[in-house]
Design a protein around this ligand. Structure first.
Ligand SMILES: [Cu+2]
Length: 441
């Protein structure tokens, strides 16, 4: 980092002294609050049920009788870390372990003119600057107290539920032998979130757990545009003051997540990539599509493509149809920023290493160890894959960004694929409809 970056960092982003003080206190960077300890040290034992003390446990039954359970702890850099996440839909005798840990792994913010570039998770006081939440920000829920290392208690973790709209709808049509009934349900999600300040920005880190087994995480950027970055008169900004005034410099927010799956209680899992190729017909007939499965046996730097997707497959567990359980990675909209080797790819699958915690500007590995996820993906055989998701947003400011800035969301979902043998919300009347639907019944 050159001198101008240093000046700019201290001027625009830092609260004097905070970052150094924090670094000195927590040493290797694995400081954690809460009984679960650092994510990397999570035990391999099946996460049958969250086994943390009550204050660090989240358990919620949502619509259809689905129960989500997890533990949480707090880390000075990433902030909220969710551990031992399990899913138990109605009809499953015990919780199905899904993730051993899930959390933010970096927010990389490069400005378009190359004058400033930030690693908001590791290099600002992101984790320290957990924001206390007002009661109205957590409607119908509970605001938990977080012990923020070196700062004290902050009422800053909201757990609540939120309506999702239709979970499903089916008219059981009499014309095809149905009973004429309408089967419909409204879904509800467990919602877990924190707000962390990184200088002028506030990031809302939100996790949603749906009754149908889907997990969604989004980061919402709000707060203020940095008043030190109104130098976008070089064609890389947008005027947001009167006339041609106050050109806010454009920049990107590249958000990384780290997911440590523990499907069916085992760290072992397989990764698969699927690609589908559509071929128009040569003779005026219908187009055809061919889907191929590629086992990902070695570490992978993956790039999104139309009709491409990945899934993490349980090495041990199967559903009642004898299909292996898996979760599909479903990236949301993304502006991939190719400016750094670690931002060049959308997903990474790396073999688990305890010290590999942050997608860039990593903290905790020995001196000389590579600092970013792209370097860790170097062809090793995957036995215990770690999934890294990178979602980018190119922020060209607009008048509406003042003030406060409306929340802009970016994120991904994890969709259950064969975790249960049927829709976990299937009403009893339709429980026999597994496989080809009986016609005329
Ligand atoms: Cu922005």
């Amino acid at each position: 980092m050159d001198a101008s970056h240093g000046n700019r960092l201290s001027r625009a982003r830092r609260r004097a002294g905070t970052v150094l003080a924090v670094s000195a206190l927590i040493g290797a960077g694995l400081a954690a609050a809460g009984p679960a300890g650092p994510a990397a040290a999570a035990p391999k034992a099946p996460a049958a049920a969250a086994d943390c003390s009550a204050a660090y446990k989240i358990e919620q039954t949502v619509d259809g009788g689905t129960t989500w359970r997890m533990c949480w702890h707090y880390n000075t850099y990433s902030g909220l870390i969710l551990d031992k996440i399990s899913y138990q839909p109605k009809g499953e005798p015990k919780p199905i372990p899904v993730l051993t840990s899930a959390r933010l792994a970096q927010i990389h913010v490069p400005y378009d003119d190359g004058d400033a570039e930030f690693q908001d998770v590791t290099d600002t006081d992101f984790g320290q600057a957990l924001q206390p939440l007002q009661a109205g920000e957590c409607p119908g829920g509970t605001i938990k107290t977080v012990k923020v290392p070196d700062r004290g208690n902050v009422k800053g973790l909201c757990t609540t539920t939120r309506a999702r709209g239709h979970a499903y709808r089916l008219t059981h049509d009499q014309s095809t032998g149905g009973n004429g009934k309408v089967y419909t349900a409204q879904g509800k999600d467990l919602l877990v979130y924190t707000v962390n300040k990184a200088s002028w920005y506030e990031y809302i880190t939100e996790w949603r757990f749906s009754s149908d087994g889907t997990i969604t995480s989004n980061v919402g950027a709000t707060g203020s545009l940095s008043p030190f970055d109104f130098d976008g008169g070089d064609g890389r900004g947008w005027p947001i003051g009167k006339g041609d005034q106050a050109k806010a410099e454009s920049h990107s927010h590249n958000v990384f997540w780290r997911l440590n799956f523990g499907l069916d209680g085992s760290p072992k899992a397989k990764v698969e990539q699927y690609d589908s190729k559509v071929t128009p017909s040569a003779n005026g007939g219908s187009p055809t599509t061919k889907t191929t499965r590629t086992p990902v046996t070695k570490e992978l730097t993956g790039d999104r493509k139309d009709m491409r997707w990945w899934r993490v497959v349980s090495a041990t567990g199967k559903n009642k149809d004898k299909h292996p359980r898996s979760y599909e990675i479903v990236p949301g909209a993304s502006n991939k920023h190719i400016g750094r080797p670690y931002t060049k790819h959308d997903v990474y699958f790396t073999e688990y290493k305890k010290c590999e915690q942050y997608a860039s500007a990593n903290i905790g590995c020995p001196n000389g160890y590579p600092k970013s996820v792209d370097k860790w993906s170097n062809g090793e055989t995957l036995k215990h894959p770690i999934t890294w998701v990178n979602i980018g947003f190119h922020h060209i400011a607009r008048d509406e960004d003042q003030q406060p800035m409306p929340v802009h969301w970016q994120g991904f979902a994890l969709a259950p694929r064969d975790v249960t043998a049927m829709n976990p919300l299937t009403p009893q009347d339709l429980a026999g409809h597994n496989g080809q639907i009986p016609i005329g019944n």
